[in-house]
Design a protein around this ligand. Structure first.
Ligand SMILES: [Zn+2]
Ligand SMILES: [Zn+2]
Length: 314
């Protein structure tokens, strides 16, 4: 029987033995949802991502397990890493490290307003300023491709993919044939916004992921917004090859979430994020994120440490 834990701010559903998918069910259906994962081992537990910073995720995980918690970020974005600051430390790829301090909202008031805007109307008044996770200095440890997290009876392998953000990593659990994939590979893979890599760089990262997934027999990806069978990797290569050949669907859509924007997609959708041909993978890209761009030195200042690897030219 699957276990489930719930408090005011979070819900954890056991999707595999010892693996909990964490969500925030008080979000409205028409807003952006994100998932974190709690992965229990014999000696320690991994928390993979912390979502928006609405609520104390650490306290919630400590209601579920007494094991020491190892926090790992799939990447730096504010819908995945904003709840980091209630933990003692985080592992993150160095390319994404500066970004965790530049979340969507910098103070408790901004977080509270965003949380209320995302909440179901009956829940919004229950949200409090004191429940918001505010950015503050914390111990950060670099994590690199090939690193292994040893939880005793479970070992998780780090695969650096990049693309969506330069430091995007996937965690493989080869024993259980599953992976935790963050935003690297889904029905709305965004390779169009600063400071993403180019599609050519993403292609190289995905080749590496495909190799490791094939070698380890991974069958399923638990994503940060969307989960899918491993066939999504081949679908992604079909799209990438089509884009490079100028033969993708190349359709522009007006988006409302998480903010209003106009974006190009490789595969036609109807309704949004459901491909008309029934496949899962899709890529949001821009004309100038297709080709590898020249590397520029990062400009580091006291105000903006930046996470850029390439010229900010889009
Ligand atoms: Zn992201
Ligand atoms: Zn995301």
């Amino acid at each position: 029987m699957e276990k489930c834990y719930e408090n005011k701010m979070f819900r954890a559903d056991e999707v595999r033995p010892g693996i909990y998918k964490i969500s925030q069910p008080w979000f409205r259906d028409d807003t952006l949802h994100a998932n974190a994962y709690l992965i229990l081992g014999e000696k320690a537990a991994v928390v993979y991502d912390t979502m928006f910073g609405y609520g104390n995720l650490r306290a919630f995980c400590e209601e579920i397990t007494d094991l020491p918690l190892i926090l790992i970020n799939s990447h730096f974005h504010g819908d995945h890493a904003a709840g980091d600051f209630d933990f003692d430390f985080v592992y993150i790829h160095p390319f994404d490290l500066p970004g965790i301090y530049n979340g969507f909202h910098q103070d408790a008031q901004g977080l509270l307003e965003a949380a209320r805007a995302a909440a179901k109307p009956e829940f919004a008044p229950q949200l409090a300023l004191s429940e918001m996770c505010v950015p503050k200095p914390m111990k950060t440890y670099p994590v690199y491709d090939g690193d292994l997290f040893d939880l005793g009876d479970r070992k998780l392998e780090v695969v650096h993919v990049g693309g969506h953000s330069p430091g995007c990593i996937v965690l493989l659990d080869p024993e259980k044939k599953i992976a935790f994939s963050g935003d690297t590979c889904n029905d709305n893979t965004i390779i169009s916004r600063y400071p993403c890599d180019s599609l050519e760089e993403y292609y190289v990262g995905m080749q590496h992921l495909r190799d490791r997934v094939t070698e380890t027999g991974i069958e399923y990806f638990f994503g940060g917004h969307f989960s899918a069978g491993v066939e999504i990797v081949d679908e992604m290569f079909e799209l990438l090859d089509a884009i490079f050949a100028g033969k993708d669907d190349h359709v522009r859509y007006e988006l409302n979430r998480p903010f209003k924007t106009s974006a190009l997609y490789a595969a036609k959708m109807e309704p949004m994020f459901h491909r008309v041909d029934g496949k899962s993978a899709n890529i949001q890209y821009a004309e100038d994120t297709v080709r590898r761009r020249p590397y520029e030195p990062r400009l580091l200042t006291e105000k903006n440490p930046g996470a850029r690897r390439v010229k900010d030219n889009f």
